[in-house]
Design a protein around this ligand. Sequence first.
Ligand SMILES: [Mg+2]
Length: 372
Amino acid sequence: MKITDIKVSLLDIPYPVPLRMAPTPDVELKSQLTTLVQIYTDEGIMGVGASGRDEARVVETQVKPYLLNQDPLQLEKRKYAVRAAQAWLVDIALCDIVGKAAGLPLYKLWGACQDRIKAYASGPSKRPPEAVAEGAQRFVEQGFKAIKLRAHNWTVKEDVALVEMVRNAVGDHMEIMVDANQAAIPYRPNPIGPFWDVKRALDTAKAFHELGVVWLEEPLGRYQYRNLARLTQESDLLIAGGEGNIGIHEFRDLLEIGAYDILQPDPTLSEGLSQMRKIAAAAEMHDRLFIPHHGYSGIGLAANLQLCGALPNSPWLEYMIDPPYRTVETYQQLCGVIKEPLLIDKEGYVPVPQKPGLGVEIDEKVVAKYRG
Ligand SMILES: [Mg+2]
């Protein structure tokens, strides 16, 4: 099989309502960028990949010349060009071709371990605690079994009060995770929340553990390896992170030093699917969980489902839903350009798509409408 063409589309899709993220509430976001890549072959198979940032030019100039006329099934040979350009959406598209060529959804090709994954509702928007609790109740009505909250208050007491308020609103119907987004500190133009030190992180982890929180995410900066390891060692609560770490070597170091109980890489940002499987396997060898960051779109969500469907150490799926800013329609179908949305079942799990490859089809009409 040979690659005959690579088509790249940069889509800029407006949010229904402008979004302010909890870690950066001083920045108003009006739209979500999606780069879509379609890789064509001489056997009529087309693979798709996507990411949540502008990678159109880098794919055109730094990847395409090295991939044309090459065999798309040789993932271990193609990885060098993809890694040099850090354009991992291309690896996702190549994996889609591999699955389609084999006639199997990728998770079955890779040793199917679970056919569905329990979702947790995850939304980054900044809103008052009462609105968070009300939103959590609506998620319970929709069938979600878990929600992730954001801890960005000045005091531990206020963060604890938020978790208590949500717990009172949802009772025992939901499990609760909490994200402190402390690795986002360097990107805040005008920080509105506090910078955590190890003591703040330890105190918070202790209080959250007593409230039955499942994990605390990004309690410190992503390169504070030693302090993260100390926290993970000393805390009874599971410590999670890694969504912004890049490259197989960073995850090797995070595992070797014991920085996290749960690794959360994002395959669209780092190592795609073919190389991310090695990181997941290394996490398993270190008795760590592997629960990837959300993947930025419907295609990224499908990629996470196929990856984790084949893993024994991946019990949760980050499911981006944050109405009215990010709904299933706007986030998966518009930004994610997939025809059939990936929805939770009655028990709050998302089934792994069963068609070959990633198992999703793109909507060419949406692509044509938003292509720049
Ligand atoms: Mg996070």
